[in-house]
Design a protein around this ligand. Structure first.
Ligand SMILES: CC(C)(COP(=O)(O)OP(=O)(O)OC[C@H]1O[C@@H](n2cnc3c(N)ncnc32)[C@H](O)[C@@H]1OP(=O)(O)O)[C@@H](O)C(=O)NCCC(=O)NCCS
Length: 222
């Protein structure tokens, strides 16, 4: 993960990751003209986030695509998800100072990826009962308040990554309590999910990096 601080990409279990500071010089200029045109309608803060996320996606996609294939503008679909060219799946997150983007080939097995970045700190309010299932709440009940808060934020982050992987297939809001995370030591498992009549397999990976929880997920039908 040290390479990330030098602007390099890293191969993670679910895809190629790039990270940048929001507002960093290259992210403000490197976007496609159509991405700039879209971002021109955003507030200054939102524009910085969007362009930083697109820089990460472009950087990661360049590692996955054959060199001769030019990247089109990475615009936004009708549900807010980033649009990747055929054959790729990708996801973006931004938190405070930083943005991350992850890209993977969309192979025949149909895995789609999601990513999320959160401060590795307790949430501002007590959101635990909105984010966690009753079993997940009980599992954290023995922790001291600060560690419990961090654990809640991590679970929030993981579920947001799962949501971003699933949404392109499910195309609806998925409640945080619809998804149950099962922990074995530091590994997270998600039981096969049955959503709107279809089964989904979901895999999760997470780490703590420079004060952030970084979570990734991939999901496929079946
Ligand atoms: C959409 C959502 C995931 C965004 O998360 P956030 O913490 O507010 O913001 P992040 O910075 O992490 O992510 C923002 C990025 O999410 C992506 N995104 C937005 N809508 C999306 C969707 N429907 N599907 C996939 N990705 C989406 C976009 O790339 C956006 O960045 P961009 O606009 O600059 O491209 C969140 O607001 C949400 O609505 N969650 C739904 C409920 C949920 O997470 N349930 C969990 C149980 S599965």
């Amino acid at each position: 993960m040290d390479e990330l601080r030098r602007g390099a990409t890293v191969q993670l279990p679910h895809g190629v990751l790039a990270m940048t500071a929001i507002g960093a010089a290259p992210t403000l200029t490197a976007a496609h003209t159509d991405e700039h045109r879209l971002a021109a309608g955003y507030s200054e803060v939102r524009r910085g986030q969007f362009l930083a996320g697109r820089w990460c996606l472009r950087r990661a996609a360049a590692e996955v695509l054959p060199a001769e294939r030019a990247l089109p503008p990475l615009l936004v679909d009708h549900r807010g998800a980033p649009m990747l060219p055929a054959g790729l799946t990708g996801s973006v997150s931004h938190k405070d100072s930083h943005a991350v983007g992850m890209v993977a080939p969309l192979a025949v097995d149909g895995w789609r990826v999601g990513i999320d970045l959160e401060r590795a700190a307790p949430p501002r309010g007590d959101v635990a009962s909105r984010i966690l299932t009753d079993t997940e709440l009980t599992a954290l009940s023995g922790l001291a308040p600060f560690e419990r808060g961090r654990a809640v934020t991590l679970r929030f982050s993981i579920k947001e990554a799962i949501y971003k992987a699933l949404d392109p297939m499910v195309q609806r809001y998925i409640g945080f309590r619809e998804v149950a995370l099962q922990w074995q030591d530091q590994q997270v498992m998600v039981a096969p999910l049955h959503l709107d009549g279809t089964w989904f397999t979901v895999e999760v990976w997470w780490t703590e990096f420079d004060g952030f929880w970084l979570s990734t997920a991939r999901a496929r039908r079946g």
